[in-house]
Design a protein around this ligand. Sequence first.
Ligand SMILES: [Fe+2]
Ligand SMILES: [Fe+2]
Length: 359
Amino acid sequence: MNNEVIDSLRMLHDLSKAINSTLDLEEVVALVMRKASEIMGSEKVLLLLYDKSEATLTVRSKYGFDEGELRNVSLRNVKSFDHCIVHKGKVITFGELLPHADYRKLITLVPSLENMVLAPLEARGEACGLIGVSGREEGFTLLELELFCALGSQSAMAMENAGLFKRVKDTFLHTSEALAEAVNSRDPYTGGHIRRVSGYAMLIAEECGLSNEDKEVLRLSAILHDIGKIGIEDSILGKGGVLTEDEALKMRTHPDIGARILGFVEEMSDVIPGVLYHHECFDGSGYPEGLTGEEIPLHARIIAIADAYDALTTDRPYRKAMKGEDAVKELAGEARTHFDPYLLEIFLRIYKEAEAAAI
Ligand SMILES: [Fe+2]
Ligand SMILES: [Fe+2]
């Protein structure tokens, strides 16, 4: 076997190993772009996805393009996709697409695409898009073009797997959310509480720079933070006035009940801290354990802020909903006593930025 073939096989093996090492769709896409540039020795890489039902071809990712070049390009009414990519498994050039009016707009927008070669993203016999690399002065060998085609189908399969995995995860999250909202709906005043609290928590997480994995755990913790209310009597949850001391004590058991429920699911062990400690206070005056400062797990400190903001800005049995600006003032008054001052500052900044953007 000559060296070029051995090198190609090695590259293909490395590519497959790299893109199948993760099920995170964004990571897969980033790897595909980088590997395509490396393997083909091309400066620019373009990933286009085709939506058959909408007949649109959209730029999903780009690599090596100048800032602002090719921003959010989406071609509509691309009816000729199947027809043009009819030689599935074969590389084509943008030049070959040019006779088709559907693609002309793309070339007009970015003339540098004209010298690109494209391979179909083909998974299970269906082309779902194209990957393009900029041409080289010396051109490509036949073997390189074959390798590029293999890269297209490997990439498509890895993206499909990651997409399926994401769908399974999303279904799980939505089911958890529906369950948690159902538990919360027994309290007539808190419709939509779960979705809002997890939304605010994710905004804080984003600003804190949490990893994707950490954000997923936080999202699930926020969704399930009040799941323990399933064990609280209706007469307490739905009470239209201030709770008696005995009722308040019972209500305070919901983080423990939630943690106990989740304890039955081994895979949920990392969700428990956020649920169990979301009513702890920074100064140690919270419950169930009276933890202080950073003894309180980070996820619980984030959920506490999101939870309190939502409680203040929605109608409660004992008072009307506050306006957002009054609620953040109230929260700011409790920095260091109730909330982590650093996280609260982040939340207040998010609030101010959102307010400024809405004006
Ligand atoms: Fe709670
Ligand atoms: Fe809550």
